[in-house]
Design a protein. Structure first.
Length: 150
């Protein structure tokens, strides 16, 4: 289309907040200790593996114990649209997502974790919870275990 943009008709939106899909650090600590969910990390592999620095000064790179790396850009086509459901399912399956185990997504600050959650939904793998504090909160806490891949 070209020309003047058409004004959108007024509408209303009622959010459906689901507290069960937002996880805090206590929830993630319990998951790591007791199991029961798969943690998927959306950050770049170098940051996840601990071989590339974090963009936040003083924050170590690495990952939470047991987390699996699914860099968010691997879910996108070259034009930044989401890949098709079959490709998404294959990528998530490679990380251990089977559609039966609950999933918590994480990233650097909780933003790109939402891309993983959307991809999981598009793949037919259900609703994923998001660890809102993500790596910035986890890595910034002295009591949390940080792992690196060599």
């Amino acid at each position: 289309e070209s020309g003047e943009a058409k004004a959108a008709a007024p509408s209303s939106y009622t959010p459906d907040f689901r507290a069960d899909l937002v996880k805090g650090i206590g929830d993630v600590k319990r998951i790591i200790a007791d199991g029961g969910a798969l943690i998927l990390d959306a950050r770049a592999k170098g940051r996840f593996n601990g071989t590339a620095p974090e963009p936040r000064p003083g924050l170590p790179s690495g990952h939470m114990p047991g987390a699996k790396s699914v860099p968010f850009n691997e879910l996108l086509n070259a034009d930044f649209t989401m890949k098709d459901a079959a490709a998404l399912r294959a990528r998530f399956a490679a990380a251990g997502a089977d559609g039966a185990t609950p999933i918590v997504t994480s990233c650097g600050t909780g933003v790109t974790a939402c891309i993983l959650a959307l991809g999981l939904k598009q793949a037919g793998l259900g609703d994923a919870a998001i660890y809102d504090g993500s790596w910035t909160e986890w890595a910034g806490r002295p009591e949390t275990q940080k792992e690196k891949n060599s």
